[in-house]
Design a protein around this ligand. Structure first.
Ligand SMILES: C[S@@+](CC[C@H](N)C(=O)[O-])C[C@H]1O[C@@H](n2cnc3c(N)ncnc32)[C@H](O)[C@@H]1O
Length: 291
């Protein structure tokens, strides 16, 4: 079968060819996790031998991947904003497009005329793995800013993962967590937050049947929303202004075909400024609201 790195990568790539759109990358990431070495090592030491236990573990990882399990759930990690975020099947696997929210927070904070005594208060609604909070915390710690983040989720299991991540990065004092069905347990936070971020579930339920195999491993609560994918974003938009401080910012990731309908909906609320921010492909993927 295989005994050395070059053969192992070839074997895995071949096995994963039909189930993955990135078989070579999957083969490498799984082997990195098994051998605790990076891909530069693989390229410079292609004839290095794998131990018997490494071979067995790699075979079991390939077999799980062949059945459709996402690489991130097999390795227990996904990179987001350069941070290795812990994941398990209770949380959505962080997606690169969600990094746009972190970019926008970073830009906004740069432009902010700040009262040095004031603590910037940030809310992350539906935090999941905690990836957005962790990345925002990472960015703001580099700047001379006093801030505090509250990360909420309806799912207790997701909050456990988020807490593990915040502890792993040493962010416990900057980020606290709260179980809440959107605003249910946020009564004490009226007009409180200077920045609110969210990546709510927005996949229409009817997509469940046609969804890629990979999606079937992720929590339905994190992916699907009723009302053709609009239920949660509409619920949030309806109440969000109650929790925003004067002149604050709200950022929300949206589905790639949702902006036209949301433009009409968001006009009902009379916000000071509404923008739809495009991704690199020119698709409007982040709703930005100033009150
Ligand atoms: C699309 S995932 C985003 C997770 C993470 N913020 C990210 O960007 O990867 C949506 C998150 O919202 C949470 N969620 C779904 N419905 C919710 C609700 N009614 N109240 C609070 N959180 C909810 C899910 O548990 C999930 O963690």
């Amino acid at each position: 079968m295989f005994t050395i790195i070059r053969e192992a990568l070839f074997f895995a790539k071949d096995k994963l060819r039909n189930i993955s759109t990135s078989p070579a990358l999957d083969a490498e990431v799984l082997l990195e996790n098994v051998a605790k070495k990076n891909k530069e090592f693989f390229y410079t030491n292609p004839d290095s031998k794998l131990s018997e236990s490494e071979r067995e573990l790699y075979l079991s990882f390939i077999s799980r991947r062949e059945k459709g399990e996402p690489v991130a759930y097999i390795t227990g990690e996904k990179e987001f904003w350069g941070l290795a975020i812990k994941v398990n099947p209770s949380v959505l696997i962080p997606r690169p497009e969600t990094e746009h929210i972190v970019e926008e927070v970073s830009k906004y904070v740069e432009l902010l005329v700040r009262d040095s005594k004031k603590t910037l208060k940030i809310l992350d609604l539906g935090t999941g793995s905690g990836c957005i909070s962790a990345a925002v915390c990472f960015e703001l710690l580099k700047k001379d800013i006093d801030f505090q983040i509250l990360a909420t989720d309806r799912s207790e299991a997701a909050l456990l993962v988020a807490k593990k991540n915040f502890k792993k990065f040493g962010y416990n004092e900057k980020i606290s967590t709260l179980q809440s069905d959107w605003f249910e347990n946020l009564e004490n936070y009226k007009s409180y937050f200077d920045i609110i971020v969210t990546n709510p579930p927005y996949v229409p339920h009817i997509w469940k049947k046609k969804a890629q195999k990979d999606l079937s491993y992720e929590p339905e609560l994190a992916l699907y929303s009723e009302d053709s994918g609009f239920k949660d974003v509409k619920l949030i938009l309806k109440d969000i202004s109650n929790y925003m401080s004067p002149d604050s910012l709200f950022l929300c990731e949206i589905g790639d075909e949702q902006s036209e309908l949301l433009k009409v909906y968001v006009n009902n609320f009379g916000y000071k400024k509404v923008e739809f921010i495009k991704d690199l492909a020119g698709v409007e993927r982040v709703l930005s609201v100033r009150n």
